[in-house]
Design a protein around this ligand. Structure first.
Ligand SMILES: [Zn+2]
Length: 232
């Protein structure tokens, strides 16, 4: 009897990584991150003559890289789509910012007064993740800046794109390929886990997805292509 139970446990452990790849979402839809809130700055607005935004939008050719919603400080902010928390930090321009990844897409929620999630946390669409605010230098008055990034692109300028709410996002991919760039920091399975899953704990998932047999701390070969699986 005891032997039998042990066998079952071993089998479950062995199939676990395989099961993780079966339940893929093939489409993505994004909700509004607020219950209500007027759009005060659309995506792509020219900010070249704005004294505050100019500095921060330079890398985006001075175009607004997200959508701004008018909010009062302390307004509930909800996850526009499900995912894993990959950023929960204070950034010079964006202030308190949360980043949530699903496949190749990252949603950023900026200038928050409160961050209600932690790195590596799994969130569902509509979960309360924080409170809006006016933190960060690129924030002349309280608002929520919501930004979408496509991680299949190589530069920040190409990554940002206009969020269209409550419609299918056709550029969504459940998995994508990262091309190793060791210029600024040396990339390992651990560091890629931190980058795309918020913590270092997911390195084995990347290792399995790529069929690697080396250690999580080995520096990855420059320009090699790494499959980044989704968190589920
Ligand atoms: Zn903005």
């Amino acid at each position: 009897m005891k032997k039998c139970e042990l066998l079952v446990i071993i089998q479950q452990t062995q199939v676990k990584p395989v099961l993780r790849f079966i339940d893929k979402i093939e489409y993505m839809m994004i909700n509004y991150p607020l219950k209500e809130g007027k759009i005060i700055q659309p995506f792509g607005r020219d900010a070249s003559d704005d004294p505050i935004y100019k500095e921060f939008y330079k890398i985006f050719d001075y175009k607004h890289c997200g959508i701004d919603f008018d909010t009062e400080i302390g307004t509930n902010v909800y996850a526009a789509f499900s995912g894993i928390v990959v950023r929960a930090e204070n950034h010079e321009g964006m202030g308190n910012v949360i980043g949530i990844r699903n496949g190749n897409l990252v949603g950023l929620y900026a200038h928050l007064s409160e961050i209600g999630v932690i790195l590596g946390q799994l969130v569902s669409t509509g979960d309360l993740i924080g409170k809006s605010g006016a933190t960060g230098k690129a924030c002349p008055k309280p608002h929520l800046h919501f930004e979408l990034r496509d991680l299949t692109k190589s530069s920040l300028k190409e990554m940002v794109f206009e969020p269209i709410f409550e419609k299918e996002i056709d550029r969504y991919k459940d998995t994508f390929t990262y091309t190793v760039n060791n210029k600024n920091t040396q990339k390992t399975l651990r560091s890629l886990s931190k980058l795309y899953f918020g913590t270092q704990n997911y390195w084995e998932l990347i290792k399995i997805a790529n069929g690697f047999d080396f250690d999580e701390s080995i520096v990855l070969e420059e320009a090699s292509e790494i499959i980044i699986p989704n968190y589920n």
